[in-house]
Design a protein around this ligand. Structure first.
Ligand code: CA
Ligand code: CA
Ligand code: CA
Length: 509
């Protein structure tokens, strides 16, 4: 989610990533969609919510009759822009020009541009597609993106042929992008930005490099997939047109070396043998061709506003050192991904060469290796056992697993949110529920800030204009029935945004 100030209005844009069937259909005895309307309701529950909020006394309220309030769902018209727009692979029977997609779903993390737009990142878009033809041969590119004949049980194909790949084989190619929305102007077209690549997008961290170019850092959250950055051709100048900045540029993928150096490899027709449009549609395949480093599920990237350095949460990877990624690329134990069958995750830091975000070289180091120092032995002779205890800045009071959301505040403190195992047993004993921590990137110290309700993930973070309120997303609390957050009693648990303020009302962050 992101916070926007427009004239005297305060707007929040929030992603609605997915639904939990058990709760979504809890009005049905079967716990499943029973009518077409049930499915339409589910499609409408996905996407993005934009709404006005207002602070009265010490509380934030939704302004229910605001003209800015709107929903962007799985059926909203969205313009396809950039190098892939109009390509044959994007054409369907309803859109023979390949220029207008319907809808956005499984919107995971986000970004915010300096020109006041919201970027929403399409992640596990594949799970909504199925095939009515059991004998259909799924193409290699669709397989790479996890498209299967079964899908994940959303049943959208029951009311919309777009979700049946035997009828519309190109529909999946129209999803998996970053979507740009202007929260303050509902009349402006919403745009899919194909230049930023197609993969299971986590977030989009936007920075303006010292030469004025727009740099967007992005993770592809799947086991053994890659870390990317986009560098615009044009330069951002306040007040000038920004319409082409996320349409024209170069996409790079990260390669890490064990000597703590790395480079950004450009994805272009020369390096990949693919056309620019194909690179934007089959980005994973392009990145495999240049030999990028397979990572432990790159989640959010955060750039320090006080220093030229970036961080990425590598959440976990049970396949590390065990089996290749979906494209057949090896996933050996290496510098930034040092643990076999990595259950805890780590936070990686890299420093662009010459303090320049457009530089193709960088140095890197691990900021934190999450682990459990009370279950595993930090002094063990066995290297893998020793690494399971975590880095020296992990202790019994701050231990966590599966770092995911990452964001810097204006003072350069790094906020860390987790989406991991909350069993509190075995490898995870003593970690409790998912949580939010804050890290001092100068000293390495990490402290726990809040603990979420049971069975949630803590994800999404932004600050009010005066920095006195911190908004935090609590997603899928009670997903297994163990919590009724936030309303309590026997009520259906619901994802929620919470507002955190200091007792004295002073700014923090
Ligand atoms: Ca993710
Ligand atoms: Ca995530
Ligand atoms: Ca996650």
């Amino acid at each position: 989610m992101s916070f926007f100030t427009h004239e005297n209005h305060t707007l929040l844009a929030v992603n609605n990533e997915y639904t939990n069937k058990k709760w979504f259909y809890s009005n049905r005895e079967s716990g499943k969609p029973e009518t077409d309307d049930d499915i339409a309701r589910n499609m409408a529950a996905h996407g993005i919510s934009i709404f006005e909020v207002k602070q009265t006394d010490d509380h934030w309220q939704i302004v229910k009759d605001s003209p800015f309030n709107r929903r962007i769902t799985a059926t909203t018209e969205i313009e396809i822009t950039g190098p892939a727009a109009g390509h044959d692979l994007l054409k369907t029977s309803a859109d023979q020009a390949g220029l207008t997609a319907l809808g956005t779903w499984n919107n995971c993390g986000n970004g915010k541009t300096p020109w006041g737009t919201y970027l929403s990142c399409e992640e596990n878009f594949n799970g909504y597609f199925t095939s009515s033809n059991d004998t259909l041969e799924i193409s290699a590119p669709l397989k790479r993106y996890g498209i299967s004949k079964k899908g994940r049980g959303y049943n959208w194909e029951r009311i919309d042929d777009r979700f049946d790949i035997s009828k519309e084989p190109n529909e999946p190619n129209r999803h998996g992008y970053i979507v740009e929305v202007d929260p303050k102007d509902p009349s402006k077209p919403i745009k899919k930005r194909t230049a930023l690549g197609r993969f299971k997008h986590e977030n989009a961290e936007v920075v303006i490099a010292k030469n004025g170019k727009v740099v967007v850092y992005m993770g592809d959250d799947e086991r053994g997939e890659f870390l990317y950055k986009f560098v615009s051709d044009g330069i951002y100048e306040e007040g000038k047109s920004t319409s082409q900045l996320l349409s024209k540029g170069t996409l790079y993928v990260a390669k890490f070396y064990d000597d703590l150096k790395g480079s950004w490899l450009p994805l272009n027709p020369e390096t990949t043998g693919m056309s620019l449009a194909e690179i934007c549609i089959h980005t994973r395949l392009a990145a495999s061709k240049v030999g990028a480093t397979t990572m432990d599920r790159p989640e959010w990237v955060a750039a320090n506003p006080t220093k030229v350095e970036c961080y990425c949460a590598l959440t976990n990877n049970k396949n590390r050192g065990i089996k290749p990624n979906k494209g057949g690329d090896d996933t050996p134990i290496d510098g930034p991904n040092p643990r076999k069958k990595n259950v805890y995750g780590q936070i990686l830091k890299w420093i662009p060469e010459k303090e320049d975000h457009t530089s193709t070289n960088f140095s890197w180091v691990l900021f934190a290796l999450a682990g459990n120092p009370t279950v595993h032995d930090a002094n063990a002779d066995d290297k893998q056992e020793k690494l399971k205890a975590g880095s020296p800045n992990i202790n019994a009071g701050n231990m966590f697993n599966s770092p995911d959301g990452l964001a810097f505040d204006s003072k350069g403190m790094l906020w860390i949110q987790t989406d991991g195992k909350y069993s509190n047993k075995g490898d995870f004993e003593g970690m409790g529920n998912n949580q939010m921590l804050v890290g001092n990137t100068k000293t390495g110290e990490i402290r726990r800030f809040l603990v979420g309700p049971k069975e949630c993930e803590v994800t999404g973070i932004c600050w009010s204009e005066d920095k006195a309120t911190l908004f935090v997303g609590i997603q899928h609390p009670g997903e297994k029935g163990g919590s009724h957050f936030p309303d309590g009693g026997n009520l259906v648990p619901r994802s929620a945004v919470i507002a955190v303020r200091k007792k004295d009302g002073k700014a923090f962050g």
